[in-house]
Design a protein around this ligand. Structure first.
Ligand SMILES: [Zn+2]
Length: 267
């Protein structure tokens, strides 16, 4: 594999390395749209750089920077946009970088006693010197489900979708003390009042916006009529496999679930 995650590596600025530099939810890329690989990173801004693994056998560091860095000839792109066009390895490394950086930015102080924490040696974690509480990278599991009814699939338009014309399969975060299958049944019912059965796992996708792990399922319609929860859904309907609205990109798990349904029906 081209990218290998690791928590132990050389100090930054010592030699050729990849630098995953973030400005809020943007990532800095070079002229070709790739992650900057720097021979002698003398122009890197001052700040904390965190080693998080190797890419093509070169060390990788992540850091938060204030703005676009003209001396590095980089430009910033939205991390979601980068995700949609990056190859699998770059996507994996960039998502990992973002979440390791978030650990260091969001857990500078202990959530229990408020003391300043420090990075733990040999592990992606931060430790409180006062109460020993350890903070790890946060991962929030969320289910995403293709609910089907014969030749039709249930798609909804979420209130927070960036593109108001796009429809997608239903999704939601897993609650404490809940199985993934229970979450599928609950989320679909809460958002549309539809009851589903035959919940089957398909595949998963890390989704660092900011820290989700999307877990994909299929389910079959059991009963009920669509009645949307307006707090979460603007519009939902059953769509025939050969007459779909605008759907998410094929690089997303949502896009893959919908296309798999279309392929099954088109056979
Ligand atoms: Zn503490």
């Amino acid at each position: 594999m081209d990218f290998t995650a690791s928590a132990s590596g050389p100090e930054p600025r010592l030699g050729k390395a990849f630098y995953f530099l973030f400005h809020n939810r943007h990532i800095l890329v070079d002229r070709d749209g790739n992650i900057p690989c720097l021979e002698s990173p003398a122009d890197l801004p001052v700040g904390d750089f965190f080693f998080f693994g190797t890419l093509k056998n070169l060390p990788c560091y992540c850091a938060s920077v204030l703005a676009e860095n003209k001396s590095l000839s980089t430009k910033s792109v939205n991390l979601r946009a980068f995700f949609l066009r990056a190859d699998d390895t770059s996507r994996q490394a960039a998502g990992y970088a973002r979440q390791i950086l978030d650990l260091h930015l969001n857990s500078k102080f202990c959530g229990r006693c408020g003391s300043m924490t420090h990075p733990k040696t040999g592990e992606h974690a931060r430790v409180c010197p006062e109460c020993s509480r350890t903070a790890y990278p946060r991962i929030s599991p969320a289910i995403i489900t293709a609910v089907t009814r014969g030749d039709r699939i249930l798609l909804g338009r979420g209130v927070d979708f960036p593109n108001p014309k796009m429809f997608s399969v239903l999704a939601g975060f897993v609650s404490p003390s809940e199985t993934l299958e229970e979450c599928v049944i609950r989320e679909v019912f809460e958002e549309t009042r539809i009851r589903v059965t035959d919940v089957q796992y398909v595949s998963s996708q890390p989704w660092p916006f900011p820290d989700s792990l999307m877990i994909g399922f299929t389910a079959r319609y059991h009963s009920g009529d669509i009645c949307i929860d307006p707090a979460e859904i603007v519009e939902a309907d059953w769509f025939s496999y050969d007459d779909l609205p605008l759907i998410p990109d094929a690089s997303t798990l949502a896009g893959r679930l919908i296309r798999a349904f279309v392929r099954r029906k088109g056979e």
